[in-house]
Design a protein around this ligand. Structure first.
Ligand SMILES: Nc1ncnc2c1ncn2[C@@H]1O[C@H](COP(=O)(O)OP(=O)(O)OP(=O)(O)O)[C@@H](O)[C@H]1O
Length: 259
């Protein structure tokens, strides 16, 4: 795997008095696609949000344990969460472009950051990387909302990579899209993994099997006090998780999903 980008150890996440996710340990390698899978409520999105401190924005959310980013404690008191979120971008389930032109969606972040260089070139380069340039080059000044859902999601990916992050987190990026748009995003993820570290949460087993290098399977359990919580069951090469998982719960979930 090489030196990990993220090293998560003894991670638990509380929402108020609810310890919703417990005892997660996993390392995320560079320029790989890591998939997080498992049933609803097992904590995939919660763990994903700890990787760019997005959970800081949720009232009552509290992280216990350690998450390092290139060996540095991501939750140290001198770490600026806004800077973290710039270097570690997030793409959401529902495409959410800004109510601006296609061009301005891409240029927005670099303008705020004071990025030097020719903005037209940067917009073209970024939209090309997001496999969208050919479809939008003649209508850059049109509203982002004029695009299809799949195009909007690729625009959101372009907006994320425009500020030059190292990591892209994706929370169910295809679940609002049709199968063709989904395949385009999957192809794009595959291309982007040459340059970026990608962590994706997905309900779609086939998608995890198709695109990811490593897969983390989470499950939801109930403790002795009757409280429900999520935890990591196993984490391995994707081929291993889907062909010979070491835990019966993984096998049951995967075989149930594949039918
Ligand atoms: N903002 C929040 N406030 C309080 N509890 C939350 C919040 N977000 C998640 N939780 C709780 O944390 C647990 C894990 O939820 P999370 O959304 O991370 O799971 P998930 O595996 O991503 O689920 P899904 O696949 O349905 O999105 C659940 O019990 C959920 O109710």
């Amino acid at each position: 795997m090489g030196d990990p980008v993220f090293d998560i150890s003894d991670l638990s996440i509380h929402y108020g008095s609810n310890k919703a996710v417990r005892d997660v340990d996993m390392k995320v390698g560079p320029r790989q696609i890591t998939a997080m899978i498992g049933p609803s409520g097992c904590g995939k999105s919660t763990v994903l949000r700890t990787l760019n401190r997005m959970n800081d924005l949720i009232p009552g959310a509290r992280v216990e344990g350690r998450v390092t980013y290139h060996g540095e404690d991501l939750y140290a008191s001198d770490v600026d969460p806004i800077e973290v979120r710039r270097r570690i971008g997030m793409v959401f389930q529902k495409p959410n472009p800004f109510p601006k032109s296609i061009y301005d969606n891409v240029a927005y972040g670099p303008r705020i950051n004071g990025t030097r260089g020719n903005m037209d070139d940067l917009v073209e380069e970024t939209l090309t990387k997001a496999a969208l340039w050919d479809e939008v080059k003649d209508k850059l000044k049109e509203s982002a909302f004029a695009l299809s859902g799949g195009q909007q999601q690729r625009l959101c990916i372009a907006r994320t990579i425009a500020v030059n992050p190292e990591v892209i987190l994706m929370d169910e990026p295809c679940s609002a899209l049709d199968p063709i748009a989904t395949l385009k995003i999957e192809d794009l993820m595959y291309e982007l993994a040459a340059e970026y570290t990608i962590v994706i949460v997905t309900h779609n087993m086939q998608q995890a099997a198709r695109v990811s290098d490593r897969t983390a399977f989470f499950t939801a359990s109930v403790d002795d006090a009757g409280d429900r919580y999520g935890s990591l069951v196993e984490y391995d090469e994707t081929a291993t998780i889907f062909s010979k998982p070491s835990d019966q719960r993984t096998e049951d979930y995967i075989s149930g999903r594949f039918g």
